[in-house]
Ligand binder design. Structure first.
Ligand code: SF4
Ligand code: SF4
Length: 476
């Protein structure tokens, strides 16, 4: 339930004087007024629960889920391995992670061009965490009017208790958020037991503290200022918008002239539109803007003003949708166009990159071979008069299981491999294997011939090969 509909004070304020004279004066460094948002319920707020909760549950639960005897999602920086369920990304795969970020960026461009800032309004962590903090504010300090009153009144025991409770909940949520975040980089079970015993490593302690303060500051104190002054997306999203992008907009044609009216009055003959100028859409707005002034970069498309205005329209028995999701073209009574070059371009690029990424992941070989020649000695003559070169093979098993590999040699058929030709490599292990290769100098056609090492799994599931050089004496 909303509170009674507040009426706008149309007294002789300096603001109204300024607007009447057509000019407004702002102090560039004026103190920012604190925004007291009014709680509102409605269709879009229920919809936000369906987007916010899965995100929260996923964020807090993922590091606690085990997969193949290890944490399901773990960015193991010391060992330079990123585990995401079945897949492990190695430093060699950073290109793929780069791709993943580019795909995410194009997905955001595509969605923004099509549906506007739905990411900001429904799924952005800043929005979701701010909602949690606002809920904590609501249950500890009361509704909007109670909070305004509480802030104005002098410090009393009751005020201290309420504020302490609110900041306690904020700090608790911030700490849990920070531990979870650090738990994506350090095994979370160890981290939590270290925290319980006050025995955290210096880096873990630093980052936990850092993210606790960052969450507390961003969602508790800065709130809409993060969106307005710190988030780069708010600045460049205008480049993605076109006249068919979905936006939250007030319908001036229907709403103007705005103004209060008497019950039962035929407001249309009195020259009034559907907007009763109750200001509720402004009071619920988390960024404190008036959507009736037109599209503004501060608007995060949260649709709180739509729910608020629809509630008013219901009470007044007017049709809903004075503020609604629409497009500029629709507001101008023009037909929409889904086949826009910008939207098609982003969509096409997104599909192509996603397919290529899926193919690269699907055809990725979980085995890597690196060959290092012995740099101390070009070649060696053995007691049997053979020419010998020494190499170190570095075999990286990128699979999740221990593997047995067979090492073979290709090139001239007379090359002979000395040393282990079958090796067992544990999951995630890089095994260094010294090998020697021999040949009768009479069979060596040149001082420098290509030679190929092949490493093949004993179960034939995977193989890699790499070329290097075999050096011998000058042929007389
Ligand atoms: S647009 Fe709706 S909520 Fe906003 S002032 Fe007008 S009637 Fe009230
Ligand atoms: S104007 Fe409406 S949609 Fe935009 S941020 Fe404010 S409440 Fe949300």
């Amino acid at each position: 339930m909303t509170d009674n509909i507040p009426l706008k004070d149309l007294g002789n304020s300096s603001e109204s004087e300024g607007q009447q004279s057509g000019t407004e004066t702002f102090d560039l460094y004026q103190k920012k007024e604190k925004i007291y948002t009014r709680k509102i319920e409605g269709f879009y707020q229920r919809l936000r629960l369906f987007t916010g909760w899965p995100l929260l549950v996923g964020y807090f639960a993922l590091p606690w889920i085990n997969w193949d005897d290890r944490q399901s999602v773990l960015f193991d920086l010391p060992n330079r391995q990123f585990h995401i369920f079945e897949i492990t990304f190695w430093p060699q795969d950073f290109m793929l992670l780069g791709w993943l970020l580019i795909i995410a960026a194009f997905a955001l461009f595509f969605i923004t061009t099509w549906l506007g800032r739905v990411w900001c309004g429904y799924t952005c962590p800043q929005t979701v965490w701010t909602s949690i903090f606002m809920w904590a504010e609501q249950i500890t300090e009361g509704d909007r009017n109670a909070r305004v009153k509480l802030d104005k009144q002098p410090w009393t025991t009751q005020k201290v208790i309420k504020k302490t409770l609110k900041h306690g909940i904020w700090l608790g949520v911030s700490l849990i958020t920070a531990i979870t975040f650090v738990g994506y980089f350090t095994p979370i079970k160890e981290l939590v037991s270290q925290l319980a015993l006050f025995n955290m490593g210096p880096w873990e302690a630093f980052w936990t503290l850092f993210f606790t303060v960052a969450t507390y500051g961003n969602a508790g104190w800065l709130r809409e200022q993060v969106c307005m002054y710190m988030c780069p997306y708010a600045r460049f999203q205008a480049a993605m918008f076109d006249q068919d992008t979905l936006i939250v907009s007030y319908d001036p044609e229907r709403g103007e002239n705005r103004g209060s009216r008497k019950q039962g009055q035929d407001y249309k003959t009195a020259g009034l539109g559907d907007c009763i100028d109750c200001q509720l859409c402004v009071q619920v707005c988390p960024t404190g803007i008036d959507i009736r002034d037109g599209l503004q970069y501060e608007c995060i498309n949260c649709a709180l003003c739509i729910d608020a205005c629809n509630g008013i329209m219901d009470k007044m028995d007017y049709p809903r949708g004075l503020i609604r999701y629409t497009t500029e073209h629709k507001l101008e009574h023009k037909s929409g166009n889904i086949m826009r070059p910008k939207l098609l371009g982003y969509g096409f690029a997104l599909i192509i990159m996603s397919l290529m990424f899926a193919y690269t992941i699907g055809s990725r070989t979980p085995l890597e071979l690196d060959i290092i020649r012995d740099r101390n000695q070009l070649y060696r003559e053995t007691s049997e008069g053979l020419i010998e070169n020494t190499y170190t093979l570095k075999v990286l098993n990128m699979s999740q299981n221990e593997m047995s590999y067979q090492i073979r040699i290709g090139g001239l058929e007379h090359f002979r491999l000395k040393g282990n030709s079958v090796v067992d490599v544990a999951a995630g292990e890089i095994l260094s294997i010294p090998v020697r290769v021999e040949i009768d100098p009479a069979l060596l056609p040149n001082v420098n011939v290509p030679i190929r090492f092949e490493v093949r799994a004993q179960d034939q599931s995977v193989s890699v090969s790499e070329e290097t050089r075999f050096l011998g004496p000058r042929i007389r």
